[in-house]
Design a protein around this ligand. Structure first.
Ligand SMILES: [Zn+2]
Length: 338
């Protein structure tokens, strides 16, 4: 009888592997650098290598494994089990990932969008454990998201739903890489709040410790801004609170559309902890609907960068097993984002 599902989180730098048992306990996690220059074949080889290593480490046979769940960046077709393209990796066009891996591993394979998989991981085993409806925003170089409604991942009619980083939060706003104007990602992701700070440092004569921090030629990043904001730096605080204001608007919109049990925030920016949650919650509460007393809580994710691999394995259990794993035995301690 099968006892495990394999979870795989395909990343631009590393691909992470892990095993999940029926109780949602995850073990044997490791990562391999993602092969970027050998096209689809190189990627399939990498997945098969990792999958086989995982099984041999634990002396598992095919009979011990129910199947494989893969979280991949997109665009992908979940229904067809295909990667349609990977913008940063050539040779991935219309790659029949599920079929190719399934043939080589002799196991069923299910595909999921990486941001959805991470949200599902948090839903099953992290900040969303025990709730029914959860929306997660991952605040990193961009803003990824996942929507869980009544325990199921929402994909949308064309499998391009849950792109909340590209909801418009300012009419005629700044141009996003996606082509729209005023996307949330353009204001509240690590990349763009840093760009805004760099712009202000050019045009604004106010003194700022950010100038000192980057004097030695070090590139400005979101950590500098949080650190300077904590030190009471006026310019850094302006940058940070602007990002929090647009994030609060995004969270209000999420409440109006989905009315979830909770909103979960993940990604590198959540390392700011209370420096993120306190100003965000204040702005969010000030904008919140007064028609009802309901105030959807905003929480920080608990699984860090493991959420994707945990969620991918969870997706496999849900699709191939007798339903979602019961994660009540899983680690309850928050982990830091790596
Ligand atoms: Zn956009």
């Amino acid at each position: 009888m099968a006892k495990y599902c394999i979870g795989i989180d395909l990343g631009g730098t590393f691909t992470k592997f892990g095993l999940m048992d029926e109780s949602g306990r995850v073990s044997s996690m490791f990562q391999i650098p993602t092969v970027l220059d050998k096209g689809g074949e190189g990627l399939i080889d990498l997945i098969v290598l990792g999958g086989n290593r995982l099984m041999s480490q634990r002396s598992l046979t095919r009979d011990d494994v129910l199947g494989i769940g893969i979280g991949s960046p997109g665009p992908i077709s979940i229904k067809r089990g295909m990667i349609l393209m990977l913008p940063n990796i050539p040779g991935m066009e219309n790659l029949a990932l599920c079929d190719l891996v399934s043939r080589r591993m002799n196991l069923p394979v299910v595909l999921e969008n990486d941001a959805n998989a991470a949200a599902y991981g948090e839903y099953l085993c992290g900040a969303g454990k025990g709730v029914s409806d959860m929306v997660m925003l991952t605040l990193g170089t961009g803003i990824g998201s996942g929507i869980i409604i009544e325990g199921r991942i929402h994909h949308g009619r064309h499998e391009i739903g849950a792109e909340l980083g590209h909801m418009i939060v300012e009419a005629d706003g700044e141009k996003c890489n996606c082509g729209q104007l005023g996307c949330l990602e353009r204001y509240s992701s690590a990349t763009f709040l840093t760009l805004y700070a760099a712009r202000l440092l050019q045009s604004d004569s106010r003194p700022s410790v950010l100038r000192e921090m980057t004097k030695s030629g070090q590139a400005l990043d979101a950590r500098h801004i949080v650190q300077a904001h904590k030190q009471g730096d006026e310019l850094a605080t302006q940058v940070w609170l602007r990002a929090m204001k647009f994030l609060a608007i995004g969270c209000i919109n999420i409440c109006r559309i989905f009315d979830p049990d909770e909103i979960v925030l993940a990604g590198g920016l959540v390392n700011a902890g209370s420096d993120l949650l306190d100003p965000l919650t204040k702005l969010y509460e000030s904008m919140h609907w007064k028609l009802t007393g309901v105030m959807t809580p905003i929480k920080l994710a608990r699984l860090g960068s493991d959420a994707g691999v945990i969620g991918a394995a969870g997706v496999a259990w849900t699709a191939l097993g007798s339903g979602p794993p019961d994660c009540s035995a899983h680690l309850d301690e928050p982990r830091n984002e790596k």
